[in-house]
Each structure stands twice: as C-alpha cells, then as structure tokens.
Write a protein that binds this ligand. Structure first.
Ligand SMILES: [Zn+2]
Length: 572
C-alpha cells in the first residue's frame, strides 16, 4: 500500500510541475532514470498528453513522459538510452483472450495456418519431419476446410504418403475437427466396427465404411488420448518460447480464458527464477451444470495467493454456447441453413444466473463465452440480475466473442457496464466467414456480425484479443482487420459490414487502455503516464499514416516490460 502511495505522489509531482521543469530540476531530489527512450513519436493513450517524444523509466515504472530535452534532463551516468529513431512508441499491448499454454505448445508443432492447398500442407509437413526426425507423434494445427477444395474435409491418404509408420494428428484451425493418418487410427484401434462416440463422428467412406481420418468433435479424443502429455519440463520450455513469441509481437500482458489456471504454480516458478516475461491474468474455467463448493474453494484459494501485477487469478470463465460453424452457438431464432436447430446453451439459465450472482458477490470478475445472439442475451441478463442482487460495485463483467447480437441488446453493454471482449481476426472475411459462418447465421444476423463499432457507439467498452492458438496472436493483423473489415487482399471490396470499421485509435485503445480497464488494471497499466508500470513497445511503422492494409505487417523493434528490455529486434 505504501509503495503505491509513493508512486502516486511522484506521478502527481511530475504532472503538476510539467516535465519541462524536470530538466531544470536536476538536484539532489531528481534521481537519474534507469532507461530513457528518446526521439520517438510517443502515442501515450493519456488524453491529457496524447503525444510526446520521450519516456523516462525508473524502478520498473514510468517516471516522466515529455519532450526529448526534458527527458534528457533525467539521464544519468548509468542510464540506458534507447533511441527510437522517430518510430512509434506505444503502451505495451494486452491480449484479452488467450489460451497461453496451448498456444505455447503449438509453437513446437506444425503450423498449417495460411497453407494454400494440399501440396502446400504436405511441404510444410515434410519440412517439419526433416527437422524433427524420429518416430514420435507429428502434431499440428491450423488447416481449414477450404484447403481441401470441394471435399472440404481432410483425408488420411495425404498423410499416409508422407508418414506410413509415424502417427500424425493435425487439428483444424477451429478445434472442431482433427485429421489423423492410418498409423494413428490403427494405434487408436479405430476400425469399420468402431461406433461413433457421444457428440462425435468418425467420418467414413460412403462406399467402404472405412474411417477417412477426419474426426469430428468428441471423436478427436479417441486419438488424442494416446498422445503423450507434455511433462512439466516440456511445459516450462514451451511457456518460455510462448512468452518470447508474445514479446516479439509487442504483448506485455495476457488474459487467459482457459487452460492456464491449472499451471499457476509454473508461472510462479518462472517468476521466482526471474524469467516470467509476461503479466498473466488467469481465469478459472467453470464447467456446467453448476457452481460446486469445490470450484469455489479452488477459485478463492488461487485468488488469495495470486493477485498482484504479475500473476492474478481473480477471474472466472463460463462458456454458455459453442460456435456458429457447427450450429452450436445459441441463437434466438433457428439457423438459416437448418431451421431445425437453434443451438442449445451449455448452461441452464437458472444455474448460470445463480453461479454468476454468487461469484460476483465475492468480487470475482466474470468472463462469459457467448457467440450466438441468445448466448449474448443470457449473459447480459445474468449480469443485470447480479447487479440487482448484489447492488453497485465495480464488477466490469465481460462477454467474450459476441459474434452476433440482437439489435435490442447493443445498448445494454454501455448501460450495464459490460465489457465487449472481442477478437478482430475471427471476423476475417475469408470464405470460412462469408460462405460458412454467414450462410449458417443468415443475412439478418450477419448484418450485426462482430458489431464492435455499434457497441462502442452506444457506450460499451471494447477489449481486443486473439484466442491464440485459434488464430495468430499478432495484434497488428487484428488491428488491420478491425480497421478494414477486409482480407489482406482487400476483399470484399466494400468491406464486411463496413459500418463496423474502427479507427486506428479505437483499435489501439482496445488493446491497451481498454484492455487494462477490462482487466481492472487501468490505474497502473494501459497508458504511458508517470506512475504507471513501464510496459511499452517501439514498432517499425507509423500505423496512423500508412495504408491500413499494411498494418498487419508491422514488426516490433523493442518491448520493455516492467522497465526490463525483454525483446529487441536487432538482437535476434
Ligand atoms: Zn477461447
């Protein structure tokens, strides 16, 4: 508490004197900075001082922001000087929706994202196998249905050509279908006779009845359960690589939406070793059908132990529905391509409302995955109910994804103070979105697809992320999509629901100050101002000035986290 008061006083002084005075105030009271970043175009996210040239850092915090001359005034003998060379300096970026361990493990596997066709996929697999010889599992992810042409589903024969004796399992980009080769199917004992598991399909040849290698939904488990789990050492190695990858893309904090609560002790171990290079806000994933006492015990014990600037376990994630592509997102009206289904919510509304109210009462922050318009309404209703029951406090509940929304619910985000946590790249208007997603949702719901601008216009706060490893964690590609609503090739020509386009300023805010607000940390993070944590980045191009279709190609030159240089492009 004391340290915080001191920082506040220092921040106040720096502000009230004006940084210009700092230069002339070199006396026994002005300690030299640890680092100064000079010659930058500093976009601060601080409305009182939106632009500056330089930043001074001391004791892991921002000491001053101002003109070069003023900041030079706090340069001492031991001060490290980083010359930004006229480049853009921004607050560190936050990824508000990530599955960090899963993403980190995926870095060591084959990445098929962006492959053009089957020969392209096979080339990547051959290259990977050449670098990773042996006979253990070939694992990977990132293929999409369009890569297989008219068949729209993968077939084991393409893998068998390359790996007759080595098991291979490659998960589709959406996680809903896996692709296995004959060796993997044989190890799993999948034959003509194997029945489909509950909620899963073993895709079979229509002539022979033989499994084709495509495994839908829970059928993936039949093979996954044979893949050896990563050891503790392998997880640590992967996490280190994942953090390096995040820093390289300008990310200094993540909000984990599942899969990381179970390894809180690993993050803690990294912190003690001094190599925790990412601030972690981690949600407990609460499974239906209801909140149990043992869930509450785990949540509260973790929150009690982890609630500081580096590791915070103060959130709980619900998942009320699935995805539009497989008709599992819960809709108010039936799907357009199949009027027999609406998507059944994973939670009974009464149980969900009770769990939300109970956790809210305890001061925990709530995240709800809701993709269909009925799922979104369920979450808004539950949050409204919690407010009525528990009265006013700083709750900031969140809805994750919000792929479509009823027009009647748009203004409720602003009214109820619900944060819209969205992932711009999920709206990337390629054939998967325009042909499959939009066909299933139909034109009316597709006219309110990823409606971030409408939500923001009605007072809702935005927070952006990736959902890595579902898509790349690069926020630059996310900004490009949020601003253009087009593919990298500029399609569709008019943009996908172009009225939802954001300005570059709005998109940056959703990854910085808006993201900090969404993690209840805007007092210490999210903008470059004295007293806040020294998390900042320098990037390769001025994204305010260039063709927005080129924003995705932005490279990070420097990432500073808590006053430590954690990434420098020319050092790699
Ligand atoms: Zn997710």
């Amino acid at each position: 508490m004391k340290a915080r008061t001191v920082c506040f006083v220092y921040g106040f002084l720096a502000f009230s004197l004006g940084v210009g005075n700092l230069a002339g105030a070199q006396g026994p009271n002005v300690e030299p900075a640890d680092i100064i970043v000079i010659h930058g175009r500093v976009y601060t996210e601080n409305p009182k001082q939106p632009w500056a040239q330089a930043v001074a850092i001391r004791s892991a915090k921002i000491a001053a922001v101002g003109e070069d001359a003023a900041i030079e005034g706090v340069r001492g003998v031991g001060t490290k000087v980083i010359d930004a060379g006229g480049r853009l300096v921004l607050p560190g970026f936050v990824d508000c929706h990530i599955h960090f361990l899963e993403g980190s493990l995926s870095l060591g596997r084959v990445n098929l994202e962006g492959a053009k066709d089957i020969p392209d996929i096979q080339k990547r697999l051959r290259d990977y196998a050449a670098e990773h010889p042996g006979d253990d599992w070939i694992l990977g992810q990132g293929w999409n249905y369009a890569m297989f042409g008219a068949e729209t589903l993968p077939h084991k024969k393409y893998l068998d050509e390359l790996f007759p004796n080595r098991p291979a399992l490659l998960v589709g980009y959406d996680g809903h279908t896996a692709w296995a080769n004959s060796k993997a199917l044989a190890l799993a004992g999948i034959t003509h006779e194997t029945p489909n598991p509950a909620n899963g399909i073993i895709v079979r040849d229509s002539q022979t009845g033989e499994a084709t290698g495509a495994l839908k939904e829970s059928a993936q488990e039949l093979v996954w359960k044979l893949v050896p789990l990563p050891t503790r050492a392998e997880k640590l190695l992967a996490l280190r690589a994942g953090m390096k990858w995040a820093n390289e893309h300008g990310i200094t904090r993540v909000h984990s939406a599942g899969g990381d609560f179970e390894i809180l002790d690993l993050f803690d171990e990294m912190r003690h070793r001094g190599d925790l290079n990412l601030r972690m806000y981690i949600a407990y994933f609460l499974n239906p059908p209801q909140l149990r006492p043992k869930d509450l015990d785990s949540i509260e014990a973790a929150h009690e132990k982890f609630h500081d600037d580096w590791i915070d376990a103060g959130a709980v994630k619900f998942m009320v529905d699935g995805v539009v592509e497989s008709h599992t997102a819960a809709m108010l009206e039936p799907y357009s391509d199949d009027p027999s289904v609406k998507g059944k919510p994973f939670w009974e509304p009464a149980n969900y409302n009770a769990a939300v109210a109970e956790l809210d009462k305890r001061g925990l922050q709530l995240f709800t995955h809701a993709i269909g318009d009925y799922g979104v309404r369920m979450a808004l209703d539950a949050y409204e109910n919690a407010e009525e029951q528990n009265h006013k406090h700083d709750r900031r509940p969140r809805i994750e994804h919000i792929e479509t929304i009823s027009a009647a619910d748009i203004s409720r985000f602003g009214k109820l103070g619900v944060i819209a946590s969205m992932q711009p790249l999920h709206s990337y208007p390629d054939s998967d979105t325009l042909d499959v997603w939009a066909r299933n949702a139909g034109p009316d719901r597709a006219s309110r697809a990823w409606a971030w601008k409408s939500i923001a216009n009605r007072g809702g706060r935005l927070a952006f992320g990736s959902d890595w490893p579902v898509v790349t964690l690069s926020p630059w590609e996310g900004i490009q999509t949020a601003v253009t609503r087009q593919t990298a090739e500029g399609t569709p020509a008019d943009g996908f629901d172009p009225e939802q386009r954001l300005t570059v300023e709005q998109a940056i805010e959703a990854y910085t100050l808006g993201a900090a607000f969404a993690g209840r940390r805007e007092k210490t993070e999210g903008s470059l101002e004295p007293g806040k944590l020294a998390d900042l980045i320098i990037i390769s191009q001025n994204i305010f000035d260039i063709d927005p279709h080129k924003i995705g190609a932005t490279k990070v030159s420097t990432t500073i986290l808590g006053g430590r240089l954690v990434y420098q492009a020319d050092k790699h």
